[in-house]
Design a protein around this ligand. Structure first.
Ligand code: ZN
Length: 160
């Protein structure tokens, strides 16, 4: 188990575009495992590789409490979105803050898993929100750009 340092807003790596993964390597497998460890340790529901300073198109998500359903998305591509949901969002790279963001409430995403096997996933609700949020990190976009109204201060317990 290895916890990596989470980059905080203001770190320029968070504004860069990540590169696609061409081949899975032992180093990238370790990165994926470390990303899960780091996300669970920080009690987050998603983490993108640039948040730990690696500009690769890799996202991990687990929106269930206590590690229910871990998802790895390598080179994710959102194929379709529909509907909308408005709710609170937070980010491990923007600690102590939350804000209201409107996202699609259904997404269809294509990606590769950690074995570089392609899959398509349809997701709703919080999982759809997390996929949108994390995929934007791969293009250097933070949710604060979409916040309606002001970013709010929150206690740790309220953070996603
Ligand atoms: Zn984030």
């Amino acid at each position: 188990m290895a916890i990596r340092n989470i980059r905080i807003m203001g770190d320029r790596v968070l504004n860069k575009t990540s590169r696609p993964v061409e081949v899975m390597t032992p180093k990238l497998r370790t990165l994926i495992q470390d990303m899960f460890d780091t996300m669970y340790e920080a009690a987050g529901v998603g983490l993108a590789a640039p948040q730990v300073g690696i500009l690769k198109r890799i996202v991990v998500i687990d929106v269930e409490e206590e590690g229910g359903q871990p998802y790895v998305f390598v080179n994710p591509e959102i194929l379709e979105t529909s509907g909308s949901q408005t709710g609170d969002e937070a980010c491990l790279s923007v600690p102590g803050k939350a804000g209201t963001v409107t996202r699609p409430d259904h997404v269809k995403v294509k990606a590769f898993n950690e074995n570089m096997e392609p899959f398509v996933l349809e997701a709703d609700d919080l999982l759809a929100r997390a996929i949108c949020h994390e995929c934007e990190h791969l293009d250097g976009i933070l949710y604060v750009e979409h916040v309606e109204g002001e970013l709010r201060d929150v206690s740790m317990e309220e953070e996603e």
